[in-house]
Design a protein around this ligand. Structure first.
Ligand SMILES: Cc1cc2nc3c(=O)[nH]c(=O)nc-3n(C[C@H](O)[C@H](O)[C@H](O)COP(=O)(O)OP(=O)(O)OC[C@H]3O[C@@H](n4cnc5c(N)ncnc54)[C@H](O)[C@@H]3O)c2cc1C
Length: 383
């Protein structure tokens, strides 16, 4: 077991950090919608498509490389982390893994160049945690597939040019698969943009006899299990981003505690404040080690499911707690919208719900402990 980064990994992290400090820091925390210009800068510097095979325009690097870039960028500018996520960890990986060669050759280079944006269309009004309840239908019609249904909570949906639509090709959960849909396809419409508590935009998506070539199908049968394995990569992007924001909150609070004086002393001289920082540090280190374990073991593939679930759960809860404690150290300035602390708290909160809630992670971790599947449905638990 080796806890040291290679010289190449250190250089990669430093170069991503330098780009973020030079180009993104000045406008960090000011973005109202997707940071297209920052995506272009990331693409130009070679920080998009890191984990995508070279034959499709990527760099064939490991998931750890992408994690290092994600950490470095998100610590400086969380919104630019959205661009790293979309081009390294998110639905793009579902396309890279399951897409037909035609689709991958056509679409992936454009996404990696920042000329498009793909989002994941999974959730529906009646299918959140219970993803297998999804109702969006796909029917094969010769060389095409026709989709009907509705999606909700689509992050960056207002800006997306493509959506990986999770859908069912038949009645059973074994019939769940996914299809890539360009958002300008006739019959595809977007609902009005809405905002999460953190300010990021999302929208509903409506599919009314949307017809795309069959080469856009990623999985047709038995897709759910395979897609969920790759979704573990998305979860690692989610986990490391939440930690990066918490680290940013922590670092800001350390500097504040060194200089803010009350009762004639620096805040960091009070034991009540010191212990808060000690706890934050231990929690951050522990969560980071769990994320790194899952990502290092993934190599250039997907993490083991249980390792990804454990890492996501602990990273999400740690990040929110650390960001919240760091805000407390700032007093009223932490609560003010004039400073970034409150945004960091709001943003870390969302990841406890997105990508599989912390409750669902606990359900899944329990299944791996007992090596049994516990049905969540209104029937008895099954062996
Ligand atoms: C910031 C953010 C970004 C998102 N981005 C996307 C996106 O891009 N694409 C997309 O498709 N979706 C997206 N989502 C939606 C997300 O996937 C769902 O919110 C999530 O799966 C939970 O579903 P729900 O909101 O319907 O909550 P519900 O499933 O209704 O759950 C409500 C509460 O009950 C708990 N709960 C439910 N079932 C159980 C159970 N069996 N045991 C214990 N507790 C349970 C949940 O954990 C939750 O706390 C996003 C959500 C957020 C917050």
């Amino acid at each position: 077991m080796d806890f040291e980064f290679t010289p190449e990994q250190k250089a990669l992290r430093e170069s991503a950090s330098r780009l973020a400090r030079d180009k993104f820091a000045a406008t960090a925390f000011t973005h109202d919608d997707f940071p297209w210009a920052n995506l272009a800068a990331l693409a130009e510097a070679g920080f998009t498509g890191l984990t995508i095979p070279e034959e499709f325009g990527g760099q064939g690097a490991s998931l750890l490389d992408a994690l290092l870039v994600m950490e470095a960028v998100s610590e400086v500018c969380p919104h630019s982390g959205d661009a790293v996520q979309a081009t390294n960890f998110g639905a793009i990986r579902q396309i890279a893994t399951f897409g037909s060669d035609d689709l991958r050759r056509d679409l992936l280079p454009r996404l990696i160049a920042g000329e498009g944006l793909v989002s994941a269309g999974m959730s529906e009004p009646g299918a959140g945690s219970a993803l297998t309840e999804l109702k969006t239908r796909a029917e094969i019609d010769g060389d095409h597939v026709v989709l009907n249904g509705q999606k909700v909570w689509n992050s960056h949906g207002p800006e997306a040019t493509h959506v990986v639509v999770w859908c069912r090709f038949g009645p059973s959960s074994r019939d769940i698969g996914a299809v890539v849909v360009p958002t300008d396809t006739p019959g595809f419409t977007k609902g009005a943009p809405e905002r999460y508590m953190s300010g990021e935009r999302h929208c509903a998506l409506f599919l009314d006899n949307v017809r795309v070539p069959r080469t856009h199908v990623l999985a047709e049968r038995d897709g759910l299990s395979r897609m969920m394995t790759i979704f573990g990569i998305e979860r690692m992007g989610n986990a490391v981003r939440s930690l990066a924001l918490a680290q940013s909150a922590f670092d800001r609070a350390v500097e504040h505690a060194k200089t803010r004086q009350q009762f004639g002393r620096d805040l960091c001289e009070f034991q009540g404040i010191q212990w808060k920082f000690a706890d934050m540090k231990v929690q951050l280190d522990a969560a980071r080690l769990l994320v790194y374990r899952a990502v290092v073991n993934a190599g250039d593939g997907a993490p083991l499911r249980a390792e990804a679930q454990i890492a996501k759960l602990h990273a999400n809860e740690t990040a929110f707690k650390v960001a919240n404690d760091a805000l407390q150290v700032f007093g009223a300035a932490g609560y003010s919208t004039e400073y970034p602390m409150e945004y960091l708290v709001r943003r870390t909160r969302g990841w406890m719900i997105a990508g599989g809630s912390v409750e669902m992670m606990r359900n899944k971790i329990a299944e791996s402990i007992f090596d049994r599947r516990f049905s969540q449905r209104a029937t008895r638990a099954t062996a």
